[in-house]
Design a protein around this ligand. Structure first.
Ligand code: ARG
Length: 461
């Protein structure tokens, strides 16, 4: 093969890689997006080599200038990748050497692609994580904004998708803000996991040169250095932590998506999506489909698969570096890209949604949502809860058989259920939500307190 000369590891080889092997082995199509981090890491490494007197200062300067040129070429889309460029690390070093000659050939002193690749990946992860924390905040604030605007909208709360008890729409929406608060903590944890610099771990055993690991770590914005070279090059824990965050966030967004699909259905009619976050049908002129919400629903298993894919690749892997680890970026990038697509779309969908307060209120007043409130009232009148539950159940059955809701129960219905003479309380949805005056409950003052709390927390993210 003609590209042998440009390979970085060709010395001990006589034969060339087969095309089929090369196609499997090369990771450039996936990892070329790490070019900024790769160049940042290499510049820090070269500067440190120069400062430590491991390479001549002139060579360190030539590497720095050469890498600046490589960076400019990549940024301008003018970088010419060659067939022998196995991955982004190889490509950058090959081009640097074309530019800087032997100085370029000194860059890899005291370093391996094994510590290089995980350094690049952690830098990438930290950068992307920071941006996603901002996007997460936007979504949480959109949810909080809608909760505040709809504080007095009452709707049916469901269990088993059966109307259970009335709740405030704000209360329902805020459940998602709390989920995002936990997701945010998981994201911070993943970024903390990415905080130790692996650079200087070499292939697996460290370096025989007097390198200054702390210097490269500080220059690259790491909080410290990894304490064990084998762990550093063999571990992908920070990626697993990130993927766990992404998978859990995916589940939360899929549930939020599912709510909006259902709420926007003709059957529920609880929300009208803005045109900007819905799509039409190519055949059915009347359709306005909640595609963003549906896609949020569908992405969760993909994010879970990314997590389980990486866990699978890591399981049973002996230390230290194995090529299996090259697949890590496939999962990481897929998950990060998916989250990048989801968060702004969900934010826009939530922020622009128009909730149909009348339809929600009507649904909350119909049927039997106040059944528990009636049972609770009986308990206050001295009934044991179990007896109250049974009697109200009988009343529900009588009313249901007659095709009326609890609000239309007659004295005869009450008598038939053994409830004659009881004092029937206010069974409106408003009275029901106000009755839940406990921390975490649906009473207005409790929801306001919750809203203030989560708003402050999110503000501080
Ligand atoms: N492309 C490789 C990866 O992504 C870089 C490390 C290669 N190291 C090696 N010993 N082959 O993991």
């Amino acid at each position: 093969m003609s590209d042998d000369a440009s390979r970085l590891w060709g010395g001990r080889f006589e034969g060339s890689p087969a095309e089929a092997f090369d196609a499997l082995n090369a990771s450039l199509p996936v990892d070329q997006r790490l070019w900024r981090e790769d160049i940042r890491g290499s510049r820090a490494h070269a500067r440190m080599l120069g400062a430590q007197g491991i390479i001549p200062p002139d060579d360190a300067a030539a590497i720095d200038a050469g890498l600046a040129q490589v960076e400019a070429e990549l940024a301008a889309g003018e970088f010419a990748f060659q067939p022998g460029d196995e991955d982004i690390h190889t490509a950058v070093e090959r081009r640097l050497t074309e530019i800087a000659g032997d100085a370029g050939r000194r860059l890899h002193t005291g370093r391996s692609r094994n510590d290089q690749v995980i350094t690049d990946t952690l830098l990438w992860l930290k950068g992307r994580g920071e941006a996603q924390a901002g996007a997460l905040k936007d979504l949480a604030q959109a949810i909080i904004g809608q909760a505040r605007a709809n504080l007095d909208v009452v709707m049916p709360g469901y269990t088993h998708l059966q109307r259970a008890q009335p709740v405030r729409l704000a209360h329902h929406l805020l459940a998602y803000a709390w989920m995002l608060d936990r997701d945010h903590r998981r994201l911070l944890f993943a970024m903390e996991s990415a905080g130790e610099s692996p650079l200087g771990s070499g292939a697996l055993a460290g370096s025989g040169f007097a390198i200054d690991r702390q210097a490269t770590a500080s220059e690259l914005g790491f909080t410290g250095i990894s304490p064990n070279s084998m762990d550093a090059v063999g571990s992908r824990d920070a990626l697993v932590d990130y993927l766990a965050f992404a998978a859990q966030l995916g589940v939360h967004l899929s549930r939020l998506g599912a709510e909006f699909v259902w709420w926007s259905s003709d059957e529920a009619g609880f929300v009208e999506l803005d045109d900007a976050y819905a799509s039409g049908s190519s055949m059915l002129p009347q359709k306005k489909n909640p595609d963003a919400a549906e896609l949020a629903r569908a992405k969760a298993p993909r994010l879970a698969a990314d997590l389980s894919g990486l866990l699978g690749a890591l399981s049973g892997l002996p230390l230290a570096y194995n090529k299996d680890l090259q697949d890590d970026k496939h999962y990481l990038f897929d998950a990060a890209d998916t989250i990048d697509l989801l968060l702004p779309a969900m934010t826009g969908m939530v922020a622009t949604a128009r909730f149909q307060a009348d339809a929600m209120a009507a649904a909350a007043e119909q049927g039997f949502l106040a059944a528990t409130d009636l049972a609770d009232a009986l308990v206050r009148q001295g009934w044991p809860f179990r007896r109250a539950h049974e009697a109200v159940g009988a009343l529900v059955k009588t009313c249901a058989d007659r095709g009326v809701g609890l609000a239309d129960a007659t004295t005869d219905d009450l008598a038939a259920a053994g409830l004659d003479g009881v004092e029937v309380p206010d069974l409106t949805a408003e009275a029901s939500v106000e009755a839940k005056d406990v921390p975490g409950g649906t009473a207005r003052a409790r929801v306001v307190a919750q809203l203030d709390d989560i708003e402050q927390r999110v503000e501080a993210w």
